[in-house]
Write a protein that binds this ligand. Sequence first.
Ligand SMILES: [Zn+2]
Ligand SMILES: [Zn+2]
Length: 149
Amino acid sequence: MNEQNYSEFTGLELSPRKADYLKFILDKRGTVKTTEISSCLQVDPSTTSKTLTELATAGYLNHVLYRGVDLTEMGKAYAEFLVRRHRILSLLFTHYGFSTEEACAEVSRFEAFVSKDAVNKICNSMGHPMVGVCGEISHEKCIHEGHYH
Ligand SMILES: [Zn+2]
Ligand SMILES: [Zn+2]
């Protein structure tokens, strides 16, 4: 397993689809069945298992025999970044006239193309807000990444 250091990530490693898988698994907080992922994300089972295998090979997930998948430490840190990216960007949009729903929807269309560096800069300039428009924002990684404090 080629488990990379989280701090080496640019935030642009995963396709929007793969990012959805990680966020879904993070949200479940534990081992998730493959069938549950495929039905909730509305992807056919063979595509789901292929994608999960790719994510496992890249070090984001572990397969748990007979039970499904769970996040590796790196996968969890990465998924937390994905959530923070969504929440920081949607919070930013609400400062420019977007409603909560509009901000979430708009940001969902492009968030996968915003780098971790950009998110950290925005986060820092906003003073690391704790509450986003669709949930709490955790700053454990961005504050401790070194470049900004
Ligand atoms: Zn949202
Ligand atoms: Zn922050």
